[in-house]
Design a protein around this ligand. Sequence first.
Ligand code: NAD
Length: 426
Amino acid sequence: MVRISIFGIGYVGLVHAVGFAMLGHEVIGYDVDERKLRRLSQGLPTIYEEGLEEGLRMALSEGLLRFTADAVEAVRESDVTFISVGTPSNPDGSQDLGQVIAASRSIGRALREKGDWHLVVVKSTVLPGTTLGAVKKALEEESGLRAFEGFGLASNPEFLREGTAMRDFFAPDRIVIGVQDERSKQLLLQIYEKVSSPKVVTDINTAELVKYVSNAFLALRISFANEVGALCKELGVDCYEVLRIAGMDHRIGPHFFRAGLGFGGSCFPKDLKALANFMESRGLKARIVRATLEVNEEQIHRAIALLEKHLGDLRSRRIGVLGLAFKPNTDDVRESRGIALARELLRRGATVGVHDPKAMENARRELGGAVTYYESPQRLIEDSEAVIIATEWSEYELLDYRGKVVIDGRRVEKAREARVYEGMAW
Ligand SMILES: NC(=O)c1ccc[n+]([C@@H]2O[C@H](COP(=O)([O-])OP(=O)(O)OC[C@H]3O[C@@H](n4cnc5c(N)ncnc54)[C@H](O)[C@@H]3O)[C@@H](O)[C@H]2O)c1
């Protein structure tokens, strides 16, 4: 058993707080958002993930998990602290390290009081050099201690996918441990002992970079698929069939190889922007990363163009957007294609209705009163002249689309019975 504290109880932090407790560790969650902490302490999850609510309640009742608004207590009563705060984009696309530095400073202040050796692990996605640069500096300044002497420092980037986050926590493809001292390495290996996935031990900068390389490569597969998709649409060829057959080559593989509305989410867009900005700031070209982002943005306009092909001017036309979460089985709407589409439709003067099975509350914060929120997706279809399918929720396979214009960004087979059916790449 290891005593663990986690700074930043968002998607990654909460899944880890519950996951580590389920592995038998003693976990303390700390966040600057006290409302979140109150909810979580009552066993009420702040995000939707399959298996999370049950895990949270079990961990709380077994006394293996608790939450505190006191950063000093969290550090004092643990042996290792994971930083899993947000790393959003600045307006110019560069990485905003504000939360990471603030968290590092409060951990550093707590370390000054604690006295004992303590391990600090950066789990947030940060550019190479951040852990050994800004994080180390903040920790050393506040604690008065030196890294790798008074406290350990490590990088442990996260690869979980929202929608299957709990499963991914217990069975990731690999666990990347970036360290440069033996004590930190052994403690991290002990924490993940019960997870049977391969553990790759490497240095800190490599661990940080692996995360960006992975996300950029996955995103570029999607943008490449979308570029192929535009060609398939032009030729009247089914892009799914093309990519399925091409993906049977083991050098290519079938995953992340689907055309449609493109990628959203809290990671790909911001991480690719940060990577491109980082490369360019070093005088390097980031052509492929930039092209990946550009192709992705184009998908929204391709969907709108398909709509206009059938409806003409969209002013005052009633358009439904099915799906606001950036992917199924999550309530996360960050950079979601559904939200981006709704905004573009509003900009063009359309009357917009929206539906999502899990993400309506989060969508309200983004779209406010500008759209109509439907509890029933079937009602939304009935009230709309045309609908765009932006998230492939399985329940959208059960709807009746007859009589409508449907622009399908995610390949929902049932929608083919619509009066006019337009797939984005088939
Ligand atoms: N969401 C994912 O699927 C995913 C996957 C892999 C990696 N990541 C990376 O993990 C990190 C966290 O992502 P997320 O989606 O969980 O973010 P999030 O925005 O959901 O959560 C961040 C949390 O940190 C808290 N916070 C902010 N400043 C703080 C501080 N000074 N001290 C303590 N808490 C503070 C916020 O209140 C919030 O609860 C990011 O770097 C992200 O890129 C995310």
